[in-house]
Design a binder for this molecule. Structure first.
Ligand SMILES: Nc1ncnc2c1ncn2[C@@H]1O[C@H](COP(=O)(O)OP(=O)(O)O)[C@@H](O)[C@H]1O
Ligand SMILES: [Mg+2]
Length: 241
């Protein structure tokens, strides 16, 4: 089993004739937490959509676990990757129904034990029958994270998962992400505007600007002795975005 999970080679994405992503080469290691930082519009969410096979790139090759990604990627492979968005789209049903949803799609029913496990882990026991539409932002994000993790994905993509959440929820969510990574070797790609969050969680950190990969380094190197002047400026908070 190779330690490299994704290889992106010459990957570009163009919308309405405009390049929003252009990556010469990028690799994501199996079992790492990789933080993606960069100004708004840098192409971070676009990159996550490609990593989740939600759209094909305009050009280039994406290899996932040794297989070239194309329209024929088996459903079972697609389902190994899941995304949690900043504003989770929950079903207008109970918290419990939302958490069981992913298994339902796979024709399985969530067991009471597994449901209890996730409700407890995310601090949602008392909200199990609550309509998802009535949850606070932090509760909704915790329910979305439980829904994503209950299927035991190999890859968890997080798009600004804790933006605008209070410290209690940020801490809880970060701890779950760290535990999943350590206990199940779940590969995590985390888009964040919070450089402290990248420092706390990520093994490696990457800076995207204007659709290009400026630097991808070990997190300590990225923040303490970056290779690229733009990274240094970003870390010092000098880039306007
Ligand atoms: N579906 C789309 N159609 C047209 N333009 C898009 C689409 N998705 C994203 N873009 C543009 O691509 C650029 C990168 O967007 P995005 O990946 O969302 O950046 P980030 O997540 O880093 O803020 C932006 O200029 C955005 O407006
Ligand atoms: Mg985005």
């Amino acid at each position: 089993m190779s330690s490299v999970l994704y290889v992106l080679q010459g990957v570009t994405q163009r919308y309405n004739g405009r390049f929003v992503l252009s990556l010469d080469k990028m690799q994501i290691q199996r079992g790492e937490i990789l933080a993606l930082v960069g100004p708004s519009g840098a192409g971070k969410s676009t990159l996550l959509r490609l990593l989740n096979f939600l759209e094909p790139p305009t050009s280039g090759i994406i290899m996932f676990d040794g297989t070239a990604v194309n329209g024929n990627l088996p459903l079972a492979t697609r389902r190994r990757v899941t995304t949690v968005f900043q504003k989770p789209a929950l079903l207008k049903r109970s918290v419990a129904a939302n958490i069981g949803y992913g298994l339902g799609l796979r024709g399985e029913k969530i067991s009471p034990e597994l449901l209890d496990h996730w409700l407890t882990r995310l601090g949602l026991q008392e909200l199990r029958n609550q309509k998802a539409s009535k949850l606070s932002a932090g509760e909704a994000q915790r329910a979305a994270l439980a829904r994503a993790l209950v299927i035991r994905p190999d890859v968890l993509l997080l798009d600004e998962p804790t933006a605008n959440l209070d410290p209690y929820n940020v801490d809880l969510i970060e701890n779950i992400v760290r535990e999943e990574n350590q206990q199940n070797n779940t590969t995590v790609v985390l888009v964040t505007h919070n450089v402290f969050q990248a420092k706390r969680l990520a093994h490696r950190t990457a800076l995207l600007m204007g659709g290009k990969l400026v630097e991808l380094s070990e997190t300590a190197v990225f923040f303490d002795s970056p290779d690229h002047p733009q990274t240094a400026a970003f870390v010092r908070g000098e880039l306007v975005y």
